[in-house]
Design a protein around this ligand. Sequence first.
Ligand code: COA
Length: 256
Amino acid sequence: MPFVELGAERIYYDHSPSSGRRVLLPIHGSGGDHRCWPEVLRRLPATAVFTPDLPGHGRSTGSGRSRVADYADVVAAFAERLGLQNVVLMGHSLGGAIAQSLALRSPAWLAAIVLVGTGARLRVDPAILDGLLGDYDAALDLVCQSAFGPQAAPALVRAHRQGLRQTPPAVTHDDFSACNQFDIMDRLGDIRVPTLVVTGSADNLTPPKYGAFLRDRIPGAQMALIAGAGHMLALENPAALLGHLSAFLDARVTPP
Ligand code: COA
């Protein structure tokens, strides 16, 4: 299994190789791991895809971070250690906050960002934030009740909840704390890379209003709305996300 050693931490990543120049780096959201990105997105044709588990999540060792900037440091170190270039950084929710933070730093390896179910400010319902350190199961129920659109299959919701349950409560709490402190609403105009924003029309955690804000404030950004999908839109409608992602890559990013 592929790992990158970053200090004392071992960062696991799912990998789909390609001889082409196109590189996709998807970053999962709070309490998740690489499995929050369906296989069809992790095996994109003619694209090298590196899908890490953030530290403390999934198969990665180490601890969570309670600041988005600290997770951005980890992702930057990961990309640099692997020598990645022309990277399209795709982030969901917390991962989208990390992608925005890195876009503001404009490292040489970053080509574009894809912001999925996220926002420039991610205040968290105190019932979720406090609950994660109290009754973890009840807090996860609350998260999962809000995280899916009305058409999501119950089995999909159950499987996602089981995945979240495997993440230590302190790590998930760190993730949501990082989101809760995140606010770059007044800095979006400084993002200079091509940007695609994708939002579910039924997203209750990061509603379409948040996506529209990103589209309106990031220079040249474009937005796609996936009808009926909730916050976990990559799991709920991978085909729709794949379609928007592929069109964006073909039009705005390095050819394969
Ligand atoms: N993009 C655009 N607008 C945003 C925004 C974003 N990322 N974040 C907040 N806003 C807007 C709100 O819509 C609101 O606008 P309004 O005054 O026109 O209604 C205003 O900014 C203030 O928002 P906020 O600071 O979030 O305070 P709030 O009192 O509206 O809500 C919460 C606080 C936590 C209760 C609320 O954000 C909420 O219900 N969150 C639950 C969802 C959640 O936990 N998401 C987790 C994200 S990881």
